[in-house]
Design a protein around this ligand. Structure first.
Ligand SMILES: [Zn+2]
Length: 99
């Protein structure tokens, strides 16, 4: 298996599968989204997570994580985010909090 521009190729042939830049899952479609200033091809589940973070504010989410959680996985579970999305949100929130 090979991945070129997020597209999955098998035995040199393009498949209808794409790899999400964020979670790495193989999905049938991706959307292009600005993820904290970086253009990324991500799956709809990750896009939903980022929309939620934008709405709620990454700094607030980071502070909730910092005060109430020991692990990213539990935080991700409670907020219905994939772990990779949760990690990016926390990372971004930390930057926001330090400003
Ligand atoms: Zn994803």
């Amino acid at each position: 298996m090979k991945v070129i521009n997020n597209r999955v190729y098998l035995d040199g042939k393009a498949t209808n599968e794409y790899v999400c830049d964020c979670c790495g899952d193989r999905v049938s479609s991706l959307c292009c989204e600005d993820v904290y200033g970086e253009e990324k091809q991500i799956c709809s589940e990750c896009a939903e997570g980022f929309d939620y973070a934008m709405e709620k504010g990454t700094k607030d989410l980071y502070l909730i994580y910092l005060n109430d959680y020991l692990t990213v996985s539990k935080f991700a579970e409670d907020y219905n985010l994939s772990e990779s999305v949760a990690r990016l949100i926390i990372e971004q929130g930390r930057i926001e909090a330090l400003k």
